[in-house]
Design a protein around this ligand. Sequence first.
Ligand code: ADP
Ligand code: 5GP
Length: 193
Amino acid sequence: MGNGILFVLSGPSGVGKGTVLEKLMEDYNGVSYSVSVTTRKPRSGEIDGEDYFFVSEEEFKKMKKNGDFIESARVHGNCYGTPKKFVDRKISKGEDIILEIDIQGAVQVREKYPDAVYIFLIPPSLEELENRLNKRGSEDSEAKTLRLKNAKSELQEVHKYDYEILNDNLEDAVEDLKYIIEEEKKRRDKNDY
Ligand code: ADP
Ligand code: 5GP
């Protein structure tokens, strides 16, 4: 059986990665979402095992030492990691999978999965990014300031990615993502003999 495709979606905090992915998954089952592990505290409405696997710093350290992650990084002060078992199982079954991870994580993934497809979501402007973080209202002012500061350096890294998608109109961004996924599937099918 052929290998599944690994898609990696990155972008600054508040650009709309979660929103775009949620909308994509509503009526599209061409990719599975890999749920990450984090030491961040759950936001109101977030569900353990669905949005993230929420763990303590100690549990995270143990998992890392155990080799349970394909990549992990400290982002905006918290630890995040991608579970290896889930990703490898899907990929080896020929199923396609999408990771929503930061740039440091994407760099680590590239070393292990050079054939992965890298997609970066960009905001219409830094002002709009700030509006979205404000609208989400999930960070205190210190955490928000850190995320906005990090956004400026993250946006300098877009060139490391294969595709960029502008998330201005949400429906358009979802369609763009779906289009990229479908085109990559077709491309790989063609080369698969
Ligand atoms: P991320 O996962 O990248 O941190 P979220 O998906 O949590 O970002 O989105 C941050 C905020 O921006 C949310 O309040 C969401 O409703 C809003 N948002 C996402 N996409 C758009 C869009 N295209 N236009 C306006 N608001 C958006
Ligand atoms: P948030 O706390 O807003 O959910 O996510 C903060 C940042 O962590 C985002 O840039 C998100 O892409 C990143 N992130 C989420 N899961 C992972 C992961 O498993 N690994 C890495 N490296 N980054 C992640």
